[in-house]
Design a protein around this ligand. Structure first.
Ligand SMILES: NC(=O)c1ccc[n+]([C@@H]2O[C@H](COP(=O)([O-])OP(=O)(O)OC[C@H]3O[C@@H](n4cnc5c(N)ncnc54)[C@H](O)[C@@H]3O)[C@@H](O)[C@H]2O)c1
Length: 307
């Protein structure tokens, strides 16, 4: 039986738990050879333990597939470089990078400390940059526009819909969408696609969000539909050679559903013959933009904003 990822060499960050562990297991079943990374940190990014990375690698090897582990902090760019080198030294090539590692430090904007801002931006944005840069440098050297190389990043509904209690996380996750679009455009000529996934699954991260603040999709389901295992099939498809046709896009996966988001697009524009007269600008905006803006789909988080 041919498997969709046979022989594909993959790096997965945040592979020790939750969604990253589910992805790593399915990838191994589908024939991938893995480099798994996980700092073994708490949900807020503090602490570290190389046990989770080692455990998932051991489990994969016991199951008859190939995996090597790394317990480094992915936001340290030396870790990203080390993972790419580990893939090349161990398996002789690199096909796919899946950036899953993430943390939460939820506070309302008026209570958010510099440290909680920096930590969340660092793990998500530098953590993605950390693997993508050395992987891109390697793929560029391959000079293979038909290489089927893949970057798969993790964003969030928190960014796409503006979660009010997660300003640091929403900013970081929207940054990942910009990064994904940029590298998709920059690396297409080298045979690389890049896409971002906004997942929804019951993991220890969603367990840190108070019950009343969770979106309906973040609440535990009575069946296993909220299992992080349900995110892995989409990631597996995107990692396969068959997905060349999609790049620079944002997808959602939650329960048994998969969603294609649109990218921000111009809905209307107005212009003046010279510098705007303030009154004229206001009048034209209200006339042309207001009906459109009011007709846009409201954020799912708006129900949490008291009137
Ligand atoms: N679970 C959801 O519903 C949901 C929703 C939206 C986005 N996400 C995103 O999906 C990804 C996976 O989340 P999850 O729910 O599986 O969380 P999780 O906490 O179960 O797993 C995240 C893993 O990342 C690791 N990690 C954290 N910081 C790291 C670092 N600096 N270097 C290396 N590893 C590090 C942790 O040790 C942990 O094992 C995250 O990027 C998260 O923001 C999850």
């Amino acid at each position: 039986m041919s498997r969709t990822l046979d022989g594909r060499v993959v790096i997965v960050t945040g592979a020790g738990r939750g969604i990253g562990a589910s992805i790593s297991r399915l990838f191994a079943q589908q024939g991938a050879k893995l480099v798994v990374n996980d700092l073994g940190a708490g949900p807020d990014g503090t602490g570290g333990d190389d046990g989770p990375a080692r455990d998932i690698a051991d489990e994969i090897v016991r199951g008859g597939a190939e995996a090597v582990s790394d317990g480094g902090d992915i936001a340290d760019t030396a870790t990203g470089k080390r993972l790419v080198d580990l893939a090349l030294d161990t398996y002789g090539k690199l096909d796919v990078v899946v950036n899953v590692a993430g943390i939460l430090r939820d506070k309302m904007i008026f209570n958010l400390d510099d440290e909680d801002w920096d930590a969340v931006i660092r793990v998500h944005l530098r953590g993605h940059f950390s693997t993508i840069k050395p992987a891109a440098a390697y793929w560029r050297q391959q000079r293979n526009p038909d290489g089927h190389f893949r970057i798969i990043n993790f964003t969030s509904d928190s960014a796409l819909q503006g979660s009010p209690g997660q300003p640091n996380y929403a900013a970081a996750k929207m940054g990942i969408i910009g990064l994904t679009a940029s590298v998709a455009n920059a690396l297409g000529r080298y045979g690389v696609t890049a896409n971002a996934i906004a997942p929804g699954a019951a993991t220890r991260l969603t367990a840190t969000i108070p019950q009343e603040k969770r979106l309906s999709g973040d609440r535990p389901a009575e069946d296993d539909s909220r299992s992080p295992d349900n995110i892995a099939p989409l990631v597996s498809y995107l990692a396969s050679e068959a997905s060349d046709w999609i790049s620079g896009r944002t997808l959602g996966a939650a329960g048994y559903g998969v969603t294609l988001w649109n990218n921000p697009e111009v809905r209307a524009s107005i212009s003046s013959d010279g510098p705007w007269d303030l009154e004229d600008l206001g009048q034209q905006m209200e006339k042309e933009f207001r009906p459109l803006a009011e007709g846009l789909h409201p954020s799912i988080f708006m129900r949490q904003v008291p009137k």
